[in-house]
Design a protein around this ligand. Structure first.
Ligand SMILES: Nc1ncnc2c1ncn2[C@@H]1O[C@H](COP(=O)(O)OP(=O)(O)O)[C@@H](O)[C@H]1O
Ligand code: SF4
Ligand SMILES: [Mg+2]
Length: 338
């Protein structure tokens, strides 16, 4: 289904700074880890936004902010036009029903002492209005079937399932409250490559069946390519480039995106690799002390004086058709179209 209509999720200038403290008895704040530092985007009904960036760039913190599991330092999240207020219980409960999460690690995210039926049905304990007690078993069995598991296995325990099957259990649980939005935080990163495609195909099927909108987080551009309508690339707590999938993959304009893309192997029909390789120097700087101006400048081969002084805004620049946060943004086809 093509994404359409008003945004279902509106994120504006979202910031999460974790205080850095010193001292054990007399704690003093000596700084802050700028995990998420001014992130804005919209998500439409039925749309998938891929969010990509190296480990530590703030992807999971962003996910927790969207789920209202973390309180933002500043900024706002609206769902269906309504501001999410972590201080208003009724508002939060309704909101929590509508936005669910699928976690990264299917081995640790499921309680080993609970049966699959209890795990998937647990959200009904809080949201009793969705499934009265007598209906729950049937609802859970339906969910097992929807995600491609055997409904007769409702009384089994997580250890009796494979990694891919466990992730299906996590997805079934995410679907239990019939949400409109699912945040998938690296849902396939812990799975074998052969299983990854099956789980992604399942998520795509569920999306068209139930009109779900996804935020799909990954550390690698190759994983989100297939499923994303749009992609946001994050670096040190900020979005550095965002656009439609074709804009990001075929016409990347930010040096960081170009470097990430150059790490994705893409053979052409003759089996030859057609990508250009850009090797990034060093690791990302600490989010407690990000570089002045452009945060990517310490690793950027195009950096000029202005990059240390002036922060590049995320905007469409001449010669490009989507937003990029680089003073010298220019389209560069890293993966030469074959
Ligand atoms: N609860 C927390 N307290 C302090 N720092 C945190 C906390 N959660 C995450 N961080 C820090 O915030 C940064 C972003 O982390 P995270 O959102 O987990 O990144 P990602 O998911 O992209 O790997 C990291 O430097 C991490 O150490
Ligand atoms: S603004 Fe400067 S340092 Fe930042 S990505 Fe662009 S060229 Fe590189
Ligand atoms: Mg993470």
């Amino acid at each position: 289904m093509a994404p359409q209509g008003d945004p279902i999720l509106e994120v504006r200038d979202l910031v999460k700074h974790f205080p850095l403290t010193q001292g054990i008895v007399m704690k003093r704040q000596i700084g802050a880890i700028k995990a998420v530092d001014g992130v804005s985007f919209d998500l439409r009904r039925g749309e998938t936004l891929g969010v990509v960036g190296e480990s530590g760039c703030g992807k999971s913190t962003l996910a927790k902010l969207l789920m209202a599991l973390e309180k933002p330092t500043s900024g706002s999240v609206k769902v269906n036009g309504e501001l999410v207020d972590v201080h208003r219980g009724s508002n939060l409960k309704r909101f929590r029903r509508n936005i669910q999460m699928v976690m990264q690690d299917p081995y640790t995210s499921l309680n080993p002492r609970m049966t699959v039926g209890d795990i998937i049905g647990e959200p009904y304990e809080i949201h009793t209005e969705v499934a009265p007690k007598g209906d729950r078993r049937k609802k859970v069995q339906d969910l097992l079937e929807v995600v491609g598991l055997n409904p007769d296995h409702i009384n089994r325990y997580p250890h009796q399932f494979s990694g891919g099957q466990r992730q299906r259990i996590g997805i079934a649980r995410g679907l239990a409250l019939q949400p409109e939005i699912i945040i998938c935080d690296e849902p396939v990163s812990a799975l074998d490559v052969s299983i990854q495609a099956q789980v992604i195909n399942l998520l795509e099927r569920l999306q068209s069946e139930f009109g779900l909108a996804y935020i799909f987080i990954a550390h690698d551009l190759s994983v989100v390519r297939h499923i994303s309508d749009r992609v946001a690339v994050m670096y040190l707590g900020k979005i550095v480039e965002i656009g439609k999938d074709t804009e990001i993959y075929d016409k990347p304009s930010h040096p960081y995106t170009q470097a990430l893309l150059s790490a994705v192997p893409v053979p052409n029909p003759e089996g030859r690799e057609t990508r250009e390789r850009i090797i990034l120097q060093g690791d990302p700087p600490s989010p407690a002390n990000p570089p002045s101006g452009c945060r990517f400048r310490t690793r950027c081969w195009k950096a000029q004086e202005i990059c240390a002084v002036e922060e590049p805004l995320l905007q469409i620049r001449p010669g490009t058709d989507h937003e990029s946060a680089c003073h010298f943004a220019e389209v560069h086809d890293v993966v030469h179209a074959s």
